[in-house]
Design a protein around this ligand. Structure first.
Ligand SMILES: O=C(O)CCC(=O)C(=O)O
Length: 245
């Protein structure tokens, strides 16, 4: 039996649940087969090389991949996501967004401190806003799947343990980089190094950033957001009554 088949239920341990509550994140075991990881890596590199709108702050992004890519659509229905969502969010779950972040050695730079809860809130004129009333009130989680190892040298995520408990922290919008930039102290940052096939699970209030890729190889991540209520952007129904929609 392969690793992924063994772990398809991806049981959340008491320790992981406690870490999510106290630190705002936890790291899973390796939950995907080598073949699954290699197939997704190939697909995301294909999308990255085809993509015109590349090289935003932090790397090459592409969004809503379920609309553009059959392999991504299939990956998003992987039993691991179904299992984790059911355990962590319950039987009714929406997928709020999915995106790849490919950090090529030559272009993969820093991505600023932020809480994911800031993304997706827009003023009536369409500009990003920090108006709390425009932000999703829904409980949400982000899954960051490592499709290559993520290391300090290739630009892994960094996080601030426990700061999610402070709620929304102050940010300013950087129009040039098209990103929110946290304006709070970050001395307590810790790196989140992952093996390919591991995931970081974190809340919409967990401050995180990522560093530059100074290696010779791409760093590839696939990020998926989930919410218990519609009302956040994308809002693709994912689980109803615990079953895939
Ligand atoms: O993958 C990365 O380098 C950072 C991505 C990120 O934090 C985000 O898109 O919210």
């Amino acid at each position: 039996m392969s690793t992924a088949q063994k772990n398809h239920r991806a049981d959340v341990t008491d320790e992981q649940r406690a870490q999510l509550a106290t630190s705002g994140f936890y790291i899973t075991d390796v939950l995907f087969d080598d073949e699954e990881i290699a197939a997704m890596r190939k697909e995301l590199l294909r999308i990255a090389s085809a993509q015109k709108e590349a090289n935003k702050a932090g790397g090459t992004f592409a969004y809503a991949l379920h609309e553009h890519s059959a392999p991504c659509r299939e990956f998003l229905r992987h039993p691991v996501f179904q299992s984790l969502c059911t355990q962590l969010l319950g039987p009714e779950v929406y997928q709020t967004w999915n995106q790849m972040i490919v950090k090529m050695p030559e272009t993969g730079g820093n991505f600023a401190w932020h809480q994911d809860g800031y993304y997706g809130a827009f003023a009536p004129d369409g500009t990003p806003t920090d108006d709390r009333a425009a932000m999703s009130a829904s409980e949400t989680l982000t899954f960051w799947v490592a499709l290559t190892d993520a290391t300090i040298d290739n630009g892994c995520l960094w996080a601030l343990p426990g700061r999610h408990a402070e709620g929304f922290l102050p940010h300013r919008w950087n129009e040039a980089g098209k990103e929110w930039v946290g304006t709070y102290s970050t001395e307590e940052e810790i790196p989140v190094e992952l093996k390919a096939g591991q995931m970081l699970v974190f809340t919409r209030l967990t401050p995180h950033r990522s560093g530059a890729n100074i290696t010779e190889e791409p760093r590839i991540g696939y990020q998926i957001g989930y919410a218990v209520e519609a009302g956040h952007y994308d809002r693709v129904p994912f689980l109803a009554d615990g079953r895939l929609v």
